[in-house]
Write a protein that binds this ligand. Structure first.
Ligand code: LER
Ligand code: MN
Length: 284
């Protein structure tokens, strides 16, 4: 059975002790899982977060936020080392909170564009970094899910096909592909076909409308996507993701300058209702 979650980036880009109050809020909306953006591993209040998760029964998913200072494909070896250390800290937090999945674009900084295609050297650095983090994560029972982004947010990994290629080259059973319908709408010729080709490699899914609006209000082929999920037997998380202009860092990274949704709450609640209805009729 798939489980529905929401990414807390909808409300905050810095998960800290104050953000813990978002956990009961999300549980009250009817979600079963919560994606926690780990901006600063030191700022995560492990004790309070664990308590809130225990009280609500929500399943935590860790989300990474890379930056130019922690970039696994940087030319600077110390920046690469900081990226790997950061990712390992995110694995530790995810495991400590009782989670089994760490997701996101963990190969490069969001918004980093080089004005050229990725190089073989950068590809090799990403493979090495992800292998090292995966080997750290395996004994903690944490799986990594790698998210391709659209071409305006990264030059490194844009398509499901390339993400599968990366995951196959990494060659670790605890490394999967993470797809996001918003990015797919820009980069894939056909969303259901991309899901089917990802197949057993699919480890995580973000759902967002083509304009980052509420699922069901735009032109994403939701029925096709869910039929493809049924065909590959997908039974992991489905996480709603959007951003609002007030959350500055993520608004900047995702270029959200106008209110796409009436409110964060409307996005989460209406999106959940729409996707749950679809899941009931297609996934059973
Ligand atoms: C993160 O999950 C994502 O999809 C990016 O677009 C954030 O900028
Ligand atoms: Mn996403």
């Amino acid at each position: 059975m798939v489980k529905f979650g929401v990414n807390l980036l909808l409300w905050t880009d810095k998960f800290d002790s104050e953000s813990v109050e978002l956990i009961p809020k999300v549980a009250g909306m009817g979600f079963e899982a919560v994606e926690i953006p780990i901006f600063d591993p030191e700022a995560v209040d492990l004790k309070a977060t664990k308590e809130a998760l225990k009280e609500t029964g929500l399943i935590p998913i860790g989300g990474v936020i890379m930056s130019p200072e922690r970039d696994p494909i940087s030319d600077d070896p110390s920046v690469r080392r900081d990226a790997i250390d950061y990712l390992k800290a995110c694995v530790d937090i995810t495991a400590e909170l009782g989670g089994e999945l760490l997701c996101g674009p963990m190969y490069s900084a969001v918004g980093k564009l080089a004005g050229r295609p990725r190089t073989d050297e950068e590809w090799g650095r990403a493979v090495e970094a992800i292998r090292e983090v995966a080997d750290h994560a395996a004994p903690k029972n944490v799986t990594l899910a790698i998210e391709p982004l659209n071409r305006f947010e990264t030059y490194f990994l844009n398509t499901a096909e390339d993400a599968v290629k990366l995951v196959e080259e990494v060659g670790r059973p605890n490394v999967k592909v993470h797809l996001d319908t918003f990015h797919m709408n820009i980069e894939e010729k056909n969303l259901p076909r991309a899901v089917i080709r990802t197949g057993e490699h699919l480890g995580h899914l973000h759902c967002s409308e083509n304009d980052r609006g509420i699922p069901g209000t735009g032109h994403i082929d939701w029925e096709g996507v869910f039929k493809a999920l049924a065909r590959i037997g997908y039974d992991r998380f489905i996480v709603l993701e959007s951003f609002v202009p007030g959350i500055k860092e993520i608004a900047k990274a995702a270029a959200i300058w106008r209110p796409i949704n009436p409110s964060a709450e409307a996005f989460a609640q209406q999106g959940l209702a729409f996707l749950k209805t679809l899941a009931r009729s297609i996934l059973g």
